[in-house]
Design a protein around this ligand. Structure first.
Ligand code: HEM
Ligand SMILES: Nc1cccc2nccn12
Length: 285
């Protein structure tokens, strides 16, 4: 191997433990939303990956195509420039990392540093050009119900249990009228990764929000929490509800299932180099 004329691939020149630490250093900012970029980092990693179509084997996080205007401009991706711009300095600092790896790793750092489970992650995604951007319409529409949610996630290759585990990420962050048009919530802990999406969904009485924005729900008791129509599907649909009840009762079960499903999401459609190591980063917090 001394004489191999193979150059070392770029992904092998990056210290991912160092990148993890530097992404963690970008999380807190009291001037942004509820004080953390974590939630919008998770949404960026998810939207970069959720375009995958298992039939045509197109889309997914490989290529980092969500950075191109052709894809960044899709309505569902409104506001994700906040995450991309926050991460841009790290691309300069680590020129050998792909955007595709950087964006997915940021989602892993956010989940772990906000108190969530350890999420396995592999490097080796390669950036692609605008030509590889996916068409609009691959991500879910929040105004629709269970049938639409299943169409979108079955297309990616997920089952009901995995879909129900993934939506628990809605314990994080908030909706922004300037981005999706939906509003709120001002819930108790938008920067902590918990099973509160499930407990709130089940335990609160949800009523239509009285306003002239898009149809959404607000909790009758405090008016402090919100749910999307698509969120409500996880309470109304008996198959999804099974898992909502399980995760509301058992945070450890939620953490275990979320870690598996989120790791799978971030790897949809990626052909990794055989020698790409699987990282289980140590949480710093
Ligand atoms: C079930 C289908 C889903 C629908 C319809 C949906 C829709 C939405 C909408 C409309 C917002 C508000 C965006 C804004 O105005 O800023 C949002 C936020 C968010 N979503 Fe989802 N989502 C879904 C699944 C997921 C999944 C699978 C994840 C991650 C695993 C996720 C993570 C998030 C996070 C972390 C936020 C908060 C972002 C922030 O605070 O900036 N969502 N989602
Ligand atoms: N935080 C948050 C973001 C997106 C959707 C959602 N539903 C309930 C809470 N929630």
């Amino acid at each position: 191997y001394f004489y191999s004329n193979e150059t070392t691939p770029s992904w092998k020149k990056v210290n991912y433990n160092s990148v993890y630490k530097d992404i963690a250093g970008l999380l807190e900012d009291e001037d942004y939303d509820d004080g953390s970029y974590g939630p919008v980092f998770v949404r960026l990693a998810w939207h970069a990956s959720g375009t995958y179509d298992k039939k045509t084997r197109t889309g997914g996080s490989d290529g980092g195509t969500i950075r191109h205007p052709a894809e960044a401009g899709h309505g569902a991706n409104n506001g994700l420039e906040h995450a991309r711009d926050r991460l841009e300095p790290l691309k300069k600092q680590y020129p050998n990392i792909s955007y595709a790896d950087l964006y997915t790793l940021a989602g892993v750092v956010a989940v772990q540093e906000l108190g969530g489970p350890t999420v396995r992650w592999r490097p080796g995604r390669e950036d692609k050009t605008e030509a590889d951007c996916t068409p609009d319409g691959r991500l879910p529409d929040a105004s629709q119900g269970a049938d639409h949610v299943r169409d979108i996630f079955y297309r990616m290759g997920f089952n009901d249990q995995e879909i129900a585990a993934l939506v628990g990420a809605h314990a994080l962050g908030r909706c922004h009228t300037s981005r999706s048009g939906f509003e709120g919530p001002w819930n108790a802990s938008p920067t902590s990764f918990t099973n509160f999406f499930y407990t709130e969904l089940l335990n609160n009485t949800w009523v239509p929000k009285k306003w002239n924005g898009p149809f959404q729900y607000v909790d009758k008791q405090s008016g402090q929490f919100m749910m999307l129509p698509a969120d409500m599907a996880f309470k109304k649909d008996s198959e999804f509800r099974k898992y909502v009840e399980k995760y509301a009762a058992d945070q450890d079960a939620f953490f275990e299932d979320f870690a598996k499903a989120f790791a799978k999401l971030l790897e949809l459609g990626v052909k990794f180099p055989e020698d790409a190591p699987v990282y289980e980063f140590k949480t710093l917090e």
